[in-house]
Design a protein around this ligand. Structure first.
Ligand code: ZN
Length: 300
């Protein structure tokens, strides 16, 4: 299934894409119609936390019920980020072709950094920055893993049972801040610097996440084009590495790294500008597009 968050007058609502892909079932309205009570599950994080028995029941209900009355056309719906994670773990230098592009050697263990949840935006939302803070804003197309259940000290062989699904992410980065700070968190965590979406595809629909073509397109020009088969540390190894150190919670997101073609390594280097439109596209998942906007002057 494909779960998303859409926004109407009342705020964000959990939806499921119809199998034809052109409609969105309003899951809160559908739950209320079935149970006669206000929906218990309001967000994708609620649904993930409810556990596999509820996911299975929901899928069966949607397959058997007539949901036409609760279905809206996808076209014209405003989407938000499909999930609001409690934390975003990101892996640097994890595509072999990207490591070689930077003239480096593959790392011996995953290079971990974090992005703050306040950086998350949805499809169509603006990537926005203050030009006085940074003028080297770069794109990074990434496959994002959404955690399905609390994970602590999970072995790689068991890791697939802890994955809810996958989405596309743009690990937007202020290169001048990233390189000037001595560590990466600030340059990676500016507000709006973590577009996620357009939806979360459940893990059963992607039996092997290490075979997916992945691209980044800026104003129609393909900047990155690779395949998740280039991952140095694969997803099960990442879940083992991360969960050995700390607890992964339902809805948490792992950004798995980016392929070559980022702006800073282009000749000449190329960075995002106001008015640009940047798309991350992963086969089997979908396309995540965001415009770029300059913030006004900071308050004095
Ligand atoms: Zn990245």
């Amino acid at each position: 299934m494909r779960f998303l968050t859409f926004v109407d007058e009342g705020g964000p609502r959990l939806g499921a894409l119809t199998s034809a892909g052109d409609g969105v079932v309003d899951l809160a309205a559908a739950q209320q119609a079935v149970t006669g009570r206000p929906a218990a599950i309001g967000t994708l994080r609620d649904l993930i936390e409810a556990g596999p028995a509820v996911w299975t029941r929901l899928a069966a209900d949607l397959a058997s019920a007539d949901v036409a009355a609760f279905t809206r056309p996808l076209a014209g719906l405003r989407l938000a980020a499909p999930v609001q994670p409690s934390k975003i773990m990101a892996i640097g230098l994890n595509y072999l072709d990207h490591v070689l592009e930077g003239g480096r050697k593959p790392p011996e263990r995953p290079v971990l950094f974090a992005k703050f949840p306040t950086a998350v935006i949805g499809p169509g939302d603006a990537i926005c920055w203050d030009p006085a803070l940074s003028d080297k804003i770069d794109w990074e197309a990434e496959l994002a893993v959404v955690i399905g259940r609390t994970a602590r000290r999970v072995r790689a062989e068991e890791a697939s049972g802890y994955i809810f699904g996958y989405t596309a992410a743009n690990d937007v980065t202020a290169r001048d801040i990233q390189q000037g700070d001595g560590q990466w968190v600030r340059g990676k965590s500016l507000d709006t610097f973590c577009p996620l979406g357009p939806w979360v595809v459940t893990a059963d629909e992607i039996p092997d996440p290490h075979t997916l073509p992945i691209r980044c397109i800026v104003n129609g020009e393909v900047m990155q084009s690779s395949n998740t088969d280039q991952l140095i540390f694969r997803i099960p190894a990442l879940i083992e590495f991360l969960s050995r150190a700390f607890t992964l919670l339902p809805g948490d997101v792992i950004l798995t790294g980016t392929p070559p073609g980022v702006g800073q390594y282009r000749t000449p280097p190329r960075f995002l500008r106001a008015g640009d439109e940047v798309t991350v596209e992963i086969d089997g998942i979908g396309a995540l597009t965001n415009p770029c906007v300059i913030e006004g002057p900071a308050p004095t």
